[in-house]
Design a protein around this ligand. Structure first.
Ligand code: ZN
Length: 250
């Protein structure tokens, strides 16, 4: 099994999408000291294709949205340990700000990566994945609109970095049958926000663990060692029950 970790913004605001730079540095240090490598989705997929299973003693590091603070605060720590990662970029917001929605409390307006930074990261071995053009709730779009969001994002990115885009993350983790179909057709892999380690799931429905819930290095090490699988199952049940009570679908 493989822990795929979700990060968004690396900053000190304390918002629900933020991890403090110092905490992030401690997490990477803890992984390295425990003999784990942080890798990209692409590396995990290549290993799985070659060996028919996920790599051992690895954790996939994914960063949604493409905040500029990835370049400034996360990349130096990733490079320090010779790790890699995947950044899921919203192509229509590169060079812009996080204004696809009102930002979560405390986060405020944030700068996103520039294309020059995206290209430089790609050249340094960071995988650039797709996260749509405008970060919509894909469940509200028609199939052609979903295709335009996903394939458009991939072509925007590959034109800039000169590499094919293999991985995708569903905005907000929201998906329906149509979104699944497009992701399965167009991408090698797609990540949800289902809270558990990846095992034998279809590659277009890979679960990920949001690091907001597991910030301390000991919690992270328990996760990657598989000691939290039972706890995460309970948390998922709790979340599903809450959504049912609130009358929301998934
Ligand atoms: Zn997002």
């Amino acid at each position: 099994m493989l822990a795929i970790l979700t990060y968004h913004s690396i900053d000190d605001s304390g918002s629900v999408v933020s991890i403090a730079p110092r905490t992030f540095a401690e997490q990477m240090q803890a992984l390295a000291e425990a003999g784990f490598r942080g890798i990209s989705m692409r590396e995990a997929l290549a290993h799985r294709q070659a060996n028919r299973r996920w790599p051992e003693r690895c954790a996939v590091l994914t960063f949604d949205d493409g905040f500029a603070n990835f370049y400034e605060s996360a990349m130096p720590e990733i490079a320090r340990h010779n790790f890699t990662a995947t950044v899921f970029v919203i192509s229509g917001h590169v060079e812009g700000r996080n204004d696809w929605d009102a930002p979560p409390a405390g986060l405020g307006s944030q700068r996103m990566l520039t294309w020059a930074q995206v290209k430089e990261l790609a050249e340094q071995g960071i995988e650039i994945g797709a996260h749509t053009r405008t970060h919509p709730d894909l469940r509200r779009l028609s199939k052609p609109e979903i295709e335009a969001e996903i394939t458009g994002c991939c072509s925007d990115i590959s034109e800039r970095i000169g590499q094919a885009v293999e991985s995708f993350a569903y905005p907000y983790g929201y998906l329906n049958r149509q979104a699944e179909e497009v992701a399965q057709q167009e991408m090698t892999a797609a990540c949800t926000t289902e809270l558990c380690r990846a095992d034998g799931e279809p590659l277009h429905l890979l679960p990920r663990v949001d690091m907001y819930y597991l910030q301390s290095p000991p919690q992270l090490l328990s996760l990657v060692a598989g000691k939290l699988d039972g706890y995460l199952k309970l948390r998922r049940w709790g979340r599903t029950a809450r959504q049912i009570m609130l009358g929301r679908g998934r």
